[in-house]
Design a binder for this molecule. Structure first.
Ligand code: ADP
Ligand code: MG
Length: 257
């Protein structure tokens, strides 16, 4: 098995989770590097979402230990033994989340969705508004700040979801099928923005995907089957290159300076 060459940010050992007779995870060992883009692949039902939720402290595994390693932003923590309040704080302040859909509040504007996340992460309203604007501008949504999520296209809504996830500058961003509902061109653009805003600033991206073209752009690919890791491959050709991975919206903004 290839282990990450980067210093670990999350280390999981012997993680199991079962639902009735079904083992969703049947003993997973995984060390995730700081600055890594890790794709988790595998057939439907192989345990991808369960693994992501365990790593992120959303659900607690039946057995095993998941540790958050110390960084300049975080103290060491054993995620699996934290109380609910500790796991909630981690999810708000240290982790970011982008799902296929569902995390954004459809009745709120793009701006309010992002600033609400920033306030939950500990910012004052003034700071939160400032950072929400900055992220939405960065993601090419300057003209859509006041629109409700329901008025945006799928690709625009996913850009809001990225802004929402990144406004607290999370150390690890977890994404579950973030491009699953998008056409291939929009999917590629959204993935570029997701990579740029996470590994582009030295943080970690963990992305569950069915899409080989998404995985091919990540620096490491882990495949699951029946709740176990069956392959773990470094993908050197996909290591983030700021020049190549610069989203077109930023390039055009820079060209006009
Ligand atoms: P994937 O994301 O790879 O499609 P999941 O992690 O969602 O897989 O599910 C792994 C297995 O665990 C599947 O057999 C699924 O039916 C089962 N499972 C997941 N979540 C639950 C749950 N909340 N209750 C019962 N079974 C579940
Ligand atoms: Mg899933």
């Amino acid at each position: 098995m290839t282990n990450s060459q980067l210093p670990a940010i999350i280390a999981a050992s012997h993680v199991t989770k079962h639902y009735n007779q079904t083992y969703a995870l049947a003993g997973v060992d995984l060390s995730i590097g700081l600055g890594e883009s890790l794709a988790i692949m595998g057939p439907s039902g192989s345990g991808k979402t369960t693994l992501l939720h365990c790593l992120a402290g959303i659900i607690r595994p039946d057995e095993g230990v998941i540790r958050l390693q110390p960084t300049d932003r975080t103290a060491a923590a054993e995620i699996t033994s934290l109380k609910d309040s500790g796991r909630t704080a981690l999810r708000r302040e240290v982790f970011g989340f982008v799902f296929q859909q569902g995390l954004l509040l459809p009745e709120l504007t793009a701006e309010d969705n992002v600033s609400l996340a920033a306030m939950l992460g500990g910012m004052t309203r003034v700071e939160a508004t400032k950072h929400a604007h900055a992220w939405l501008h960065r993601l090419g949504l300057a003209e859509h700040l006041g629109k409700r999520i329901g008025q945006l296209s799928g690709g625009q809504a996913q850009r809001v979801a990225i802004a929402r996830a990144q406004v607290t500058q999370p150390v690890v961003t977890f994404a579950d099928e973030p491009t699953g509902a998008l056409d291939s061109r929009t999917s590629a653009e959204v993935l570029t923005e997701l990579l740029h805003s996470t590994v582009g600033r030295g943080s970690t991206l963990v992305v569950v995907t069915h899409d080989e073209t998404v995985a091919a752009r990540c620096s490491r690919i882990v495949r699951l089957a029946d709740g176990r890791i069956v392959s773990d491959t470094a993908n050197q050709s996909a290591v983030h290159d700021p020049a190549r991975d610069q989203p077109t919206v930023y390039r055009s903004a820079e060209n006009t300076r």
